[in-house]
Design a protein around this ligand. Structure first.
Ligand SMILES: [Zn+2]
Length: 157
């Protein structure tokens, strides 16, 4: 990371840094991680920083919280290029990769209102099948409806 980039946001002592989020998508990332409520830990957000790789990128720094792999993998749907660093005592303790699995269970609700998963009397696990990874295309395991990835954060569980 360049010096000028480092100075853009104060370094955090402990927590998680999510770098290389496609420009403007950091709010979606926060929703995906369920960190968009008033009860979350302190978060620094930088939007639309010039990036060689992405053109424009966002960076998130979440204090005092180490995101676990299961949480990170949710991001694969909207920000598969993101890179994750776990920070301990101001230095990078671990780097984590985001992995998009072939199936997403109980992460997203099917957006089709007639889907059998919407039947309250017989609740079924919400299961999505990843049909394509680049660009991401997912469909409901039960009704087969392709989900709108741009609106996916509206349907997270
Ligand atoms: Zn469905």
């Amino acid at each position: 990371m360049k010096d000028s980039e480092m100075r853009r946001v104060t370094a955090i002592c402990n927590g998680t840094v999510i770098d290389h989020i496609p420009g403007g998508k950091s709010l979606q990332v926060l929703r995906m991680l369920k960190l968009d409520s008033g009860r979350s830990n302190p978060i620094s957000l930088v939007m639309n920083v010039p990036s060689d790789k992405l053109g424009r990128k966002d960076v998130l720094k979440i204090e005092d919280r180490e995101l676990v792999q299961e949480e990170l993998d949710r991001l694969a749907i909207i920000a598969s290029e993101a890179s994750i660093a776990i920070i301990r005592n101001y230095s990078v303790a671990e780097k984590r990769k985001i992995i998009l699995s072939d199936e997403l269970v109980n992460i997203i609700k099917c957006s089709f209102s007639n889907c059998i998963t919407q039947n309250e009397r017989e609740p079924l696990p919400n299961k999505m099948v990843v049909v394509d990874k680049n660009p991401v295309e997912i469909r409901c395991f039960y009704c087969g409806k392709i989900q709108d990835v741009t609106e996916i954060t509206e349907h997270i569980i």
